[in-house]
Design a protein around this ligand. Structure first.
Ligand code: S3P
Length: 160
């Protein structure tokens, strides 16, 4: 199981697709599984049920995916903050795609489908999450100014 973690805009989906293709594994995006299971968009879940309800659902689905077949799994940017999810990650290759706040915002700040972008505390949430990403990671990869292809090859070289 290879799990990609990191803030929104780190490139988890793009790198994850490349990695899965190279390793001959399916690629699974936890956010898309949440949407297909519930039949609702993440934006809608945040708007009607609120963030805590989303986090519970996110944990349940992530835990289930981690118990399932080997895949390349991209977690949502906040997934690793859930203590029970942190425990479920033990034993997987957890690749932290590092991105600066500025670069992440350049990539995604206009995305209307990411409700967290409207959170006024986003800079401090970014800072707060860094320790969770570090703690969960078995591999840390910088992404700044690098092409997704090079990043995916780098990850494969360093898989033990
Ligand atoms: C979130 C990140 C999103 C998605 C949801 C919440 C977050 O995933 O799970 O909108 O709290 O950072 P991406 O990191 O794939 O954008």
């Amino acid at each position: 199981m290879i799990v990609l973690i990191g803030f929104m805009g780190a490139g988890k989906t793009t790198v994850g697709h490349l990695l899965a293709e190279k390793l001959g594994l399916p690629f699974v995006d936890a956010d898309l599984v949440i949407e297909s299971r519930t039949g609702r968009s993440i934006r809608e879940i945040f708007a009607t049920d609120g963030e805590p309800a989303f986090r519970t659902l996110e944990h349940e689905i992530t835990a289930e995916l981690l118990r399932g077949q080997d895949v390349v799994l991209a977690l949502g940017g906040g997934g690793v903050e859930h203590p029970a999810t942190q425990r479920c990650l033990v034993g997987s290759h957890v690749v932290y795609l590092q991105v600066s706040y500025e670069e992440a915002m350049l990539r995604i700040s206009h995305d209307e489908y990411r409700p967290m972008l409207r959170n006024p505390n986003l800079p401090s949430i970014f800072q707060r999450r860094l320790s969770s990403y570090q703690a969960a990671a078995t591999q840390i990869v910088t992404t700044g100014g690098r092409r997704p292809e090079a990043i995916s090859l780098d990850i494969i070289e360093r898989l033990v």
